[in-house]
Write a protein that binds this ligand. Sequence first.
Ligand code: BGC
Length: 371
Amino acid sequence: MGKGFKTAAILLIVALFAAIVSACGNKNGSGGGGKVSVGIVLPTKDETRWLQDEERFKAALKDTKYSTEILFSQGSSAKEKENVETLINKGIKVLIICPFDGNAAAAAVESAKKEGITVISYDRLITNTDAVDYYVTFDSISVGAAQAQYLVDHSKGGGQPLYLYAGAASDNNAFLFFEGAWNVLQPKIADGSFKIANSSEAEALKGKAKLSREEMSKIIGQVTTNWDPNEAKNKAQTHLTAAAADMKGDVLVLAPNDGTARSIADVFHSDGAITSAVITGQDAEKATGQYIIDGKQSMTVFKDVRTLVKDAIGMAVDILDGKKPQTTGEYDNGQIKVPSKQTPVITVDKDNIKKELVESGYYQAGDFQGL
Ligand code: BGC
């Protein structure tokens, strides 16, 4: 064998080896068709909550030895299914997925399950399928309860007007949030301390302490924001236009999350007949931090996404290492009881925002003005 040929052969082997290594080491969503161990699918970039999750996932994944990729479904179940197929083709062993629509996502995770992939439902439960292995979530019933408790604690009583808003009916969490809130609000509505301003369905059910899913569907169908700030704004405008004088003055507003709360707050504060409005939210979004400091939104429920991300990755790594992940409870998804790990939430308003959101390192003091 000639010397030139030998050198060429060695170069070829080196090049091949480099190609294999680079294909295997496709870390943190660089794309390019390589092997991926953990696939992460998030519902949309349009609801700002999920940008928090992306950022926190990226920060947490810097230290894992496993390759990962994050894909967004842009509010489409078809795109979500396509994302899952893409990740299956990249050889994922674990799928962490927050569904856009909890029911529609069943088909996507069933195809992952067929390939022997372990499925972790993230924040939102995937419903009516047995193809979900684990669920990592915040305590969503207590999110709604915390919002409602804040309204109770800051109410003036005496038949104070209460405006109800809810999340998207395609999201199982919207039901959990509403259930938690109803548990706390219903006795106050029933005893006349609060009067419902904008939902005939809720008014018709005000005597019932526990609502069925169908009953909640009726109310949510009427006051849904679909998690869309524009829809929330339009609904709030319609409600205030229709409201009689006795439904104005000092009011209470159950707003389901920060994105919708800020637009609802803008509408309520621009109505001259509203003298004060206690307005809830959730997610501790940066923009809401400023609204709370400025007195435009009253509170938010802080769901520390760092913890949820840590739990989801911890679970994925356990699975990849052949260990059984630890769980703390279970959630019924309509077909099976899904083993779950749940994280508590914290009520934040102007009194503790500095401690909870800045001193905890979640945000920087410089992110806010007038803190
Ligand atoms: C999440 C909330 C979020 C909402 C809209 C819910 O499933 O739990 O944190 O605000 O979806 O994206």
